[in-house]
Design a protein around this ligand. Sequence first.
Ligand code: MIC
Ligand code: SF4
Length: 799
Amino acid sequence: MFNAYYSMYIFMSDVKIKLEAEKTTATLVNKVYEKLKKNISLYKKVVNRPITISEKILIGHLANYKDIESANDYLIPTKSYVLLKPDRVALQDVTGQMTILQFSQAGLKQTSVPTTVHCDHLIQARVGSEPDTKAALYENNEVYQFLESASRKYGIGFWKPGAGIIHQVVLENYAFPGGLMIGTDSHTPNAGGLGMIAIGVGGLDAAEVMAGMPWELLYPKRIGVYLTGKLNGWTSPKDIILYVASKLTVSGGTNAIVEYFGPGARTVSCTGKATITNMGAEIGATCSLFPYDKTMDTYLRATGREAIADLANKNINLLTQDNEIEKEIEQNPENALKYFDQFIEINLSNLEPYIVGPHTPDLARPISNMAEDVKNNNYLDTISVSLIGSCTNSSYEDMSRAADIAKQAKERGVRTKIPLQVTPGSEKVRSTIERDGQMQILKDIGANVLANACGPCIGQWNRPELKKGEPNTIVTSYNRNFPGRNDGRRETMNFIGSPELVIALALAGRLSFNPLTDSLIANDGTLFKLDPPKTAPEVPENGFKDVQDIYVPPSDNPDNVDIQINKNSDRLQLLKPFSKWDGNDFDKLPILAKVKGKCTTDHISPAGPWLMYRGHLDKLSDNLLLGAVNAFQDGKIGIGKNILNSKNESFAHIAREYKTKSLKWIIIGDKNYGEGSSREHAAMTPRYLGCAAVIAKSFARIHETNLKKQGILALTFSDETDYEKILEDDRISIINLKDLKPKIPVDCILYHKDGTIETISLQHSYNESQLEWFYAGSALNVLKSKDEFKDAENKLVSN
Ligand code: MIC
Ligand code: SF4
């Protein structure tokens, strides 16, 4: 369906299928297991204790074997940086543009690591799947052409628009137990459902790995989640992660790997596990994962990867934690602290369905408390739109359970009271549920099917029916619900639950409905209660439908492929290197913004209509801090005081003016600054407009790395209360920059308007090599100065 449109707009000459470099072949997996075996056996001798699954996979991917010998000193959780060799890189179409632009600067002919690009974020939800995909192909033609030609040239697998959302397509085709993958999207940990350590990173991290360099990670601590019992009734895998999020909060997983295990874990389907690990991003975890088990075997076989399933079964000891750990915890849960820094136990048999929101994914309550919460908080009870699907919850099992609820309604002549939008995660699932009837049942109760893409999850959602500023409630089975996230409107309140719960709420049309206790009215006027959804098949009984023509392999004539960027393009712009540090301290710099409260990457560099400029740094920079709440001005959003004229103007406008005057500036952040996505644009746009430093109470992991990589000094207050000392007209100096050293605090002087001066102390987490990024102006400048890349010729030119 999509392909006809696709070929109308995208040239596809000289596509010849030969290279398999981008695939996860059994040979590759075997090689990974051989290395795991060797490294783990040495590590066990060194630490002399049973080890967990994340330890096994990380140790098995260390870049330097000799580091294992000194593991007791070298691998200190949250203290040591380790160098790893990932097996794969996954890119999506909006972060992938910058990644490829940066990779091209290394001047290599091909990527060194299997890589794929997925066109999912740029399709706007307007009417429905076909017209929306067609419109996206037309509107984004230039970007798709760039991504496709670069993929074919550099040996990257290219998944066309309509093929599906990155994390689903990766799960169906590339993820494998025991592997290590990085992806330029924060929900890359979705692949943890298939036993892989999969971590979201900024584009430059990915570009470096594609260029063959090792990848650096702060060695994570471990959070163990021990599952017993079995999900039943209305409770689904989604409720496990919503419950965990409520316990750990949006920053509780920072620099931690969350390991799920125990008898309960083995009862959750592979795709259900992926829902849980996907949403680990919402607690800021480095990643989450499950040990290998039968459900993964089932999923691998159903997706045509029998050889990998066989290999995994043969190497099961490498892919599961040592048996002693679970046994010891069974005897006494306190033993968990021998292996984990934090421990949570959940009896799935007692877990209730949860609903979280609005505006933050850790504001959770069991559905039984929702009605009261609606009353107490004056939430708008009437729901405007319900949405299911996304990268988080669109598996065959999810759709089957959602369809089970829909069927009960259909049998009583009931349709949803409000619009129901379905965004399938992949063409494989979409076409299979079309064949098997689930989609038809959903349509029968009123569902509209959107493209296999991110759409309303990332602000690519056109809602002309909604008046400007109109408060409204939506319910989704997605993962994020920051203000402005879904439709660009801060007044929209997004509540998140499982797909089956969302369908139930859509039938009732109100948030306070509890399907476990409340009744609906049938077409004949009688009252009825919905039965809990029946257990659904983990994978389709008749196999997944085979889907053709959604993928373009790398060219076997890469030298003949040209990648062109039009120099007048407003979508793509070649990157100019950021200038290196000029050797001077930051002297009396103004504060562009002091941000109050939550400041996610969606607040710093919003998505929605801005997604189209993700390959054009200059244009994109106009969205700088659009959603940030100004701490100085009673919660004003996106605007602040321009010190050059004392007027209130948008942050982006002020920053541009400072830039023209060569005046650098500073951002002050609150807690967990940069929470959420992996978009390095939230570091590149401030850098481009002259940001020298961000000083925050704390940072989210990916964003902190992105700031460092792009050459912005990322600092935290030694004493959080110093945040209060910073006033609107202050000038800030950060001194002794030439002497920055790992673990040594940095001095900062506040010059207040009334003439008083205060000195405060700041911390940082740079190691020696990261400090080089700051001095060189960016990590990319460091990469380009390395011997192997020095003479490299950038293959990209504007015409
Ligand atoms: C998101 O869910 O916020 C995104 C859009 O997928 C981002 C990536 C991006 O901003 O391009 C993410 O999660 O990293
Ligand atoms: Fe796309 Fe939403 Fe998933 Fe991000 S969270 S990859 S925007 S579907």
